[in-house]
Design a protein around this ligand. Structure first.
Ligand code: FAD
Ligand code: SF4
Length: 512
């Protein structure tokens, strides 16, 4: 009897040797397929460095699999026979290899998974075991709950993983969460480590040339690419962070500083999301550093919370709520994304810093994404799909399952508060407290209604006034509305007028 032969499609964010669909392959009969396709690289104008990372890491991974004795077919972007879509390449290679079984690990993107499920081939799907929580486990946990809370989900994940627990199952340090100890601004004289850099090798140089040829119209720099593209280099990036970044991560997780794009952040999200690093190994590394007294508890707990709390939680929400989730627009926003999001040409120092470094490095850390570029989009009423597409395009770590809930849910509150209990709206005072940006900004953070007043201040109150019908009843905003009500009517009117003026300038296509 003829033995069946498998075709195993590995996507660009599935570059893990222990990927479920790669297990049990026969090195003589089965084929692993990796494809570089135009549709995935351009359905939004992805940052060139993101395309470089994924194509180069795919080529390195294919090479490593070949060295392990697997049969690998690799389709480059400029292959004349390349159909341009994952679905087209899967159909073409199924016919070429006469495979009678197709194996794929579940996708990170609803759009792609849906397209593959619709391609007319019988596919054997494998769960993505690189995550701690399966899609089904999450939906079981969410069942019957009107509103979800990350904090309760996170406790479940701590119990499931056993991370930072005492022998009796209680949390180390007597609390599950040390968030309140993660909010220091950066004091003068504290110097963050210089970022670990990885020089492009010959494979990456080839990809750089390919991307320069095909994607020069996409926004973002090419020549600053210094990111790891192999498992070994990603591990070196992680170890560098363990040695130099993690101890201070806890204190300065929310801090922002001029011309310091990385501070004490790990920069590992892109490597983790495409499979060059392993979630469980990262968590064990952090826990060991804590037990070895190398890092304080607020750093260990804070980092583990991001990984097994927020990261798993947003993925769970994505798969529970897609595809309707992507269309959420609670506030009915319809303002186009201002052009300066693509250039950084704005006088607002905080925005020009966050956007500028995103264009240069395809990176901004969490608080810049949430409280600067995201906060501005929320206050200015930007159309959710447009700001979501911007985040998906601009960040090296952006994949639909993680970008969409963070942007549409956490930042824009467009899902009606399903992911987060209140919008993260803030005035310029928050940015002043957490950064040095305001010191050298042309706008005055102490002013709200004058011509040179910080735009965030009036837009903040304008946002609260124009959505009072939806937000006033939110208990977590009770104090804020009390403050608004205490203002004199002329003060409220002046804030409204300044907000109107700024929004009209955005509508006229002006930068601020
Ligand atoms: P660190 O600050 O060192 O944090 C450690 C790790 O925790 C990260 O590498 C990441 O894997 C994880 N993490 C932390 N917060 C989150 C979160 N909210 N959701 C998921 N993982 C988290 N992260 C992405 O990986 N891809 C995205 O597309 C993405 N889009 C975002 C969009 C917005 C609007 C916001 C507010 C956040 C977004 N995040 C996204 C989360 C977070 O900003 C990045 O994970 C982080 O900045 C990556 O940098 P780092 O590796 O230096 O992280
Ligand atoms: Fe940003 Fe306002 Fe501060 Fe300027 S003054 S950096 S616009 S918060």
């Amino acid at each position: 009897m003829k033995k069946s032969n498998r075709l195993c499609l590995v996507l660009g964010d599935q570059l893990s040797f222990d990927l479920a669909s790669l297990q049990g392959l026969n090195k003589n009969r089965d084929t692993i397929l990796l494809v570089e396709v135009m549709e995935e690289a351009s359905h939004v104008p992805h940052h060139p460095q993101k395309i470089i990372l994924i194509f180069s890491a795919m080529r390195h991974f294919a090479e490593a699999l070949r060295q392990q004795g697997f049969q690998v077919q690799y389709v480059t972007l400029d292959d004349p026979k390349n159909s341009g879509t994952v679905k087209g390449e899967l159909q073409r290679w199924q016919a070429l290899t006469h495979s009678d079984e197709i194996h794929i690990t579940e996708c990170g993107d609803w759009r792609l998974e849906h397209a593959l499920k619709d391609c007319g081939l019988a596919i054997q799907w494998h769960p993505d075991s690189r995550f701690l929580c399966t899609r089904t486990e999450f939906s079981d946990w969410a069942k019957g709950k009107k509103q979800l809370r990350m904090e309760f989900f996170y406790r479940e994940m701590r119990r499931k993983s056993g991370l930072l627990l005492n022998g009796d199952g209680s949390p180390v340090g007597g609390a599950w969460n040390f968030d309140a100890d993660n909010r220091k601004a950066l004091p003068k004289g504290v110097i963050p480590p210089s970022p670990a850099r990885f020089k492009p090798d010959a494979i990456t140089q080839d990809v750089l040339a390919l991307v320069a040829e095909h994607f020069s119209s996409h926004y973002g720099s090419f020549d600053t690419f210094d990111y790891p593209v192999t498992h070994a280099d990603a591990q070196a990036l992680w170890e560098y962070f363990l040695d130099w970044g993690l101890a201070a991560f806890g204190d300065y997780q929310d801090a922002m500083a001029s011309d310091e794009p990385f501070l004490f952040h790990a920069r590992i999200s892109a490597a983790l999301n495409i499979g060059l690093l392993d979630l469980r190994q990262l968590c064990r590394g952090v826990e060991s550093a804590y037990w070895a007294h190398r890092i304080p508890l607020n750093a260990a707990e804070g980092f583990i919370r991001q990984l097994i709390g927020w990261r798993e939680y947003v993925r769970g929400v994505y798969w529970l709520k897609m595809p309707d989730y992507a269309g959420g627009n609670l506030f009915g926003n319809n303002r186009p994304l201002p052009a300066f999001y693509w250039t950084g040409n704005t006088q607002m120092k905080c925005m020009s810093q966050a956007i500028g470094q995103s264009l240069k490095h395809a990176y901004a850390h969490h608080i810049q994404r949430l409280m600067v570029t995201g906060n501005f989009a929320l206050l200015a009423g930007i159309t959710p799909t447009q700001i979501c597409d911007w985040y998906l395009a601009i960040y090296m770590d952006a994949f639909d399952w993680v970008e969409l809930p963070n942007t549409l849910g956490m930042v824009m509150h467009a899902d009606g508060g399903y992911l987060g209990s209140k919008p993260y709206c803030a005035s310029g005072q928050y940015i002043k407290r957490m950064s040095d940006y305001c010191r050298t900004c042309v706008y005055k953070v102490s002013e709200s209604t004058t011509d040179d007043a910080c735009p965030f201040n009036s837009l903040y109150w304008h946002f609260l006034m124009r959505h009072a019908d939806l937000l006033r009843s939110n208990q977590r905003l009770g104090m804020v509305y009390k403050n608004l009500d205490r203002m004199t009517e002329p003060k409220q009117q002046a804030l409204w007028n300044r907000g109107q003026e700024l929004l009209a300038r955005l509508d006229a296509g002006e930068s601020l």
